[in-house]
Design a protein around this ligand. Structure first.
Ligand SMILES: [Zn+2]
Length: 412
């Protein structure tokens, strides 16, 4: 049992975690489809109910009059489920192609504005981004055209109504989604094309992001006009989507700007050398007594002798109840080398930063061959950005890393 160290408090350098809160976080899971984790955020439930309600109360009674209320409710429920199934298929289209391009997939989440596929890491090339971006819209196009074709067949009124609505909603969303504005799929296609032509990812992001902000502003303006002049509540929804477009486009541009600010820098320029480490075979009690009490960090490299075997997060440590410290070895609670971010000292710092932002621990081991030479955190990168940009210059963002988010890897 540790002496004066006591139980570690999660105050010192809480690791930067991502997507464990907010409207794009999965509140519950629908399991795995085609090997991809499907999550649902609570905000989606609200949208599901709103869509089902407006279909039952307004859309279907207008489109196919003369049916019973029960029939409209049933049509609305089935349509809503199929609509979200088509959104999932759209996201799976992105995910399946992304996996074929060698990208790691973090899952798909249904949320307030539909679906979003989350990827780890960077797009390997402009061509890869283009193929991944276009895959979702192709799925929507196939669904939309198939449904509209089906709707021309002699079907019972109720079935025909559902099929026609599904076809048209998929095609309407497709047209909006193909606007050349980040973070929409059309914006990604456009960015990839500019990137391919100019070879300049940052510039391509700035152009597509500016268009994203422009369309966002148009939607806010148009939405508010609809709401105020026509009293149409849909205007509020349009303004909300516009606001989301602006926020997401801005985050992507900031990310690209930071990549530019870090320019030719390498991981070794920003990393902390000689990090405090933990020995794999020592007990938690030993570690807390000898290492931890003097220096509290968000993460510790774990060594077996001289050999790096993993990383110990602050939260991994705090998860062990104090009475078990004597009997728990560090190796049993540490994250194995295969599940932590490992960087080479010569790697590009901009690329590394984007990976770091997306990493659960927000920390990377820097290895030269098999040898541990440093630890890289967002704090290290932020400090370097502040040093290099300073007051008065064209800073990427005053607070450095904090507002980054992982939107670079998000896909609508
Ligand atoms: Zn998409």
């Amino acid at each position: 049992m540790g002496s004066g160290a006591g139980r570690p408090e999660p105050t010192a350098g809480r690791p930067a975690r991502r997507s464990d809160a907010g409207p794009m976080h999965a509140s519950f899971s629908l399991g795995r489809w085609a090997g991809v984790e499907i999550g649902v955020n609570w905000s989606w439930v609200v949208i599901f109910v709103l869509i089902a309600w407006s279909l039952a109360a307004v859309v279907f009674p207008e489109a196919t009059p003369g049916m019973s209320t029960g029939a409209y409710v049933a049509m609305a429920a089935i349509s809503s489920v199929l609509f979200f199934a088509s959104l999932l298929l759209h996201e799976l289209g992105h995910a399946v192609v992304a996996r074929r391009e060698g990208m790691e997939i973090d899952g798909i989440v249904l949320w307030l504005f539909g679906g979003v596929a989350k990827f780890k890491g960077l797009f390997p090339s402009a061509g890869a981004e283009l193929r991944i971006a276009i895959a979702g819209p192709v799925v929507s196009l196939v669904i939309g055209v198939t449904m509209l074709a089906l709707a021309t067949a002699p079907l019972p009124d109720a079935v025909g109504g559902v099929v026609a609505w599904l076809g048209s909603i998929n095609l309407i969303l497709l047209v909006f989604n193909m606007l050349p504005a980040l973070p929409l799929d059309g914006g990604r296609v456009f960015r990839a094309l500019v990137w391919q032509r100019t070879g300049d990812f940052t510039r391509a992001t700035r152009i597509a992001g500016s268009l994203g902000r422009f369309f966002g502003q148009l939607m806010i303006g148009g939405g508010l006009l609809m709401l105020l002049l026509l009293g149409a509540p849909g205007g509020l929804w349009m303004a909300l989507i516009g606001w989301f477009l602006i926020a997401a486009a801005t985050a992507e541009m900031r990310m690209a700007t930071i990549a530019l600010a870090l320019g030719p820098l390498r991981v070794s320029d920003a990393m902390a050398t000689a990090p405090v480490s933990a020995q794999a075979r020592s007990t938690v009690a030993d570690f807390v007594e000898t290492r931890f009490s003097g220096s509290r960090h968000a993460a510790y490299p774990v060594l077996d002798g001289e050999q790096v075997v993993g990383m110990l997060g602050f939260r991994d440590l705090t998860a062990v109840p104090a009475p078990e410290w004597e009997d728990t070895r560090i190796e049993s609670i540490a994250r194995p080398l295969g599940s932590v971010l490992v960087l080479e000292p010569g790697a590009n710092l901009g690329d590394a930063t984007i990976e770091l932002v997306q990493d659960e621990l927000g920390r990377a081991l820097v290895l030269e061959g098999e040898r541990l030479i440093g630890l890289l955190s967002m704090t290290d990168v932020s400090r370097l950005i502040e040093l290099r940009t300073g007051p008065g210059s064209d800073r990427p963002d005053a607070t450095g890393a904090a507002p980054l988010g992982n939107t670079a890897a998000l896909r609508q």
